[in-house]
Every structure is written in structure tokens, then in C-alpha cells.
Ligand binder design. Structure first.
Ligand code: SF4
Length: 291
């Protein structure tokens, strides 16, 4: 119980917040850099939403920071490269167009990109455990001219296309259990395997905190954008432990019938969930009469 912060004890319902949740270091850094840029320049753009949270993207737009699809969409201004990273092509293209580039790629992602290059340089086939379409995975794959194998889950593994010497890395927000299972399976399929556990500390801590909450509460709310990979992953991990787990973006998504008879309500969130949304939910729960 020490590792949790008790937020509320309202009649029979208690609300607990995951010890580690909300904005991670990489997201805080990206937001800080983007806001700094918006104070210096009139036109500030991010390639894709700066973070996968619609409410926060709306807030950023009010600060003059607008998401675009690609550098082709603008002719001037500042382009902020978000924490997920981009392919070197995007960077070069932005520079060629004369755009000012603020690189907010998380240092953890840069490390994974560098390790992938290193593994390829050593002659390993690079295997990325992660989501094929996630921008971070795309940035690594593009950097290696798509000469990589991407595995999302154990069921994707049939041994097709695998070399005898592989170098394995993980998307920084990967589920440790899934990464471990895939590495275990891969071991039986190759002759040589070099593994870097590139799951970042922030993701790992959020997974552990969420698992603890799922075990100790009778209702768990996972808060974050539906387009947030790390929030969706926390939801999947928690649902396996606690079937009364719901993924919500804000208090508007809470169905009060979920609270019926519940005494211990947990709140966890992904690395891209702003604290004002969590505070809003806590306030809302405080005002609810349990029944
Ligand atoms: S989740 Fe990890 S890798 Fe991704 S931005 Fe946050 S700290 Fe960086």
C-alpha cells in the first residue's frame, strides 16, 4: 500500500492513483521545446500531433502549435520533431525547404535508433518488437531503408524471413512480458541473437504501477488518448488482471453504473496524458455518491 497515494476516501469509495503515471520525461521535454518555440516564432508546427492526446493537442493549438501531416504542408516556420522521432529523410527535407527544425526526439528513442544502426552495421538482421505503424517504429525502419523485421506479438512469429543472426530491439513503450515472450520464441529459431532491452524506464514503471493497481482495485480507469499506443497497452495489460478496467479519455467517458458497489477505484494513465485530465477525473469521482 505504501507505493500508492490515497487521494480520496469518500464514504465507501476510495480512489487511488498509480504511483507512476502521466507525462514522461520525453513528453515533458517535447512540450517544453514546442512552447519555447511558439514564444519565439509565429508559425510552429509538429509533424503529426505532438503527443497522442486530443485534449492536449487542442491546448497546444491555443498556444499556436499546429499539427501537420508532413513537411510538404508548410513553406515556412518552425517544425518541431516530436518525441517519437522521424526518419532522416524528413529532417533533410525540412532543412532543404529552409524550415527551422527543433528536434524534440526523446533521447531514449535516439538511443534505439543508434542501436538499430549499430546492429545492422555488425551484420545482424534487425528485429523490432513493436507496432508496425507506430511513428517510432517507422522512424527506425525508415532509417534502415526498411531492411528490418517488425514483430508485434508472439502469434506473428512463424520464422519466415528470419536470418540466422538477429539483433533484437523493442519499441520504447513495449510491454515487457510481450518482449520477453517474443525473445524466448526467437531463441529457438536462430543461431545467434543479440538483444537490447530498449523499453524505456518511464514505460516500464507505468506498466508496473498499473499492474499493482489492477490487482488491488475493483475498478480501474486507464486514462489517455485512444490513439495513444502506450495508454492502450496499459489498458490491455490491466484488463488481463482486472476485467473491470476501462480506457477513457476524460470524465465524460465514465459511466456511473461502473461505480456501482465499487469500493476501490484506481486511476492510471499513459505517458501522454496531461495531469489536468487526471485531476478533473479525481474531482468528478469525489463528487459522486456511491451506490
Ligand atoms: S515513453 Fe519513454 S521513450 Fe517515449 S517519450 Fe517517454 S521517456 Fe521517451
Amino acid at each position: 500500500m505504501k507505493s500508492w497515494r490515497e487521494l480520496n476516501s469518500y464514504k465507501k469509495m476510495q480512489v487511488f492513483l498509480a504511483e507512476k503515471s502521466g507525462f514522461c520525461f520525453g513528453v515533458k521535454r517535447a512540450v517544453r521545446l514546442a512552447i519555447q518555440a511558439s514564444k519565439m516564432a509565429k508559425q510552429v508546427y509538429t509533424i503529426g500531433p505532438l503527443i497522442h492526446n486530443p485534449q492536449y493537442v487542442e491546448y497546444l493549438q491555443k498556444q499556436g502549435i499546429f499539427p501537420i501531416q508532413s513537411v510538404n504542408d508548410v513553406e515556412s516556420g518552425v517544425v518541431v520533431l516530436r518525441s517519437h522521432g522521424v526518419s532522416p529523410d524528413t529532417y533533410i527535407q525540412a532543412k532543404k525547404k529552409g524550415l527551422e527544425v527543433v528536434d524534440a526526439t526523446c533521447p531514449n528513442v535516439k538511443r534505439v535508433q543508434a542501436l538499430a544502426r549499430e546492429l545492422k552495421g555488425e551484420g545482424y538482421q534487425v528485429v523490432i518488437v513493436g507496432e508496425r505503424r507506430h511513428p517510432e517504429v517507422r522512424s527506425i525502419a525508415n532509417d534502415l531503408q526498411d531492411d528490418v523485421l517488425i514483430i508485434g506479438e508472439v502469434d506473428d512469429l512463424r520464422g519466415d524471413g528470419l536470418s540466422k543472426r538477429i539483433g533484437v530491439i523493442a519499441q520504447t513503450t513495449q510491454d515487457l512480458g510481450c518482449f520477453r515472450d517474443i525473445c524466448h520464441q526467437l531463441l529457438g529459431l536462430v543461431r545467434e541473437m543479440k538483444v537490447y532491452n530498449t523499453i524505456c524506464k518511464a514505460s516500464y514503471e507505468r506498466q508496473v504501477s498499473t499492474i499493482k493497481l489492477a490487482q488491488k482495485t475493483d475498478l480501474l480507469l486507464i486514462v489517455g488518448g485512444r490513439n495513444s499506443a502506450n495508454t492502450s497497452r496499459l489498458f490491455r495489460i490491466a484488463s488481463k488482471i482486472n476485467p473491470n478496467t476501462y480506457h477513457i479519455e476524460s470524465k465524460k467517458d465514465i459511466d456511473t453504473s461502473w461505480l456501482s458497489g465499487k469500493e476501490r477505484v484506481g486511476i492510471s494513465s499513459g505517458a501522454s496524458t496531461p495531469s489536468f485530465i487526471i485531476e478533473d477525473i479525481v474531482e468528478y469521482l469525489r463528487g459522486i455518491e456511491p451506490y
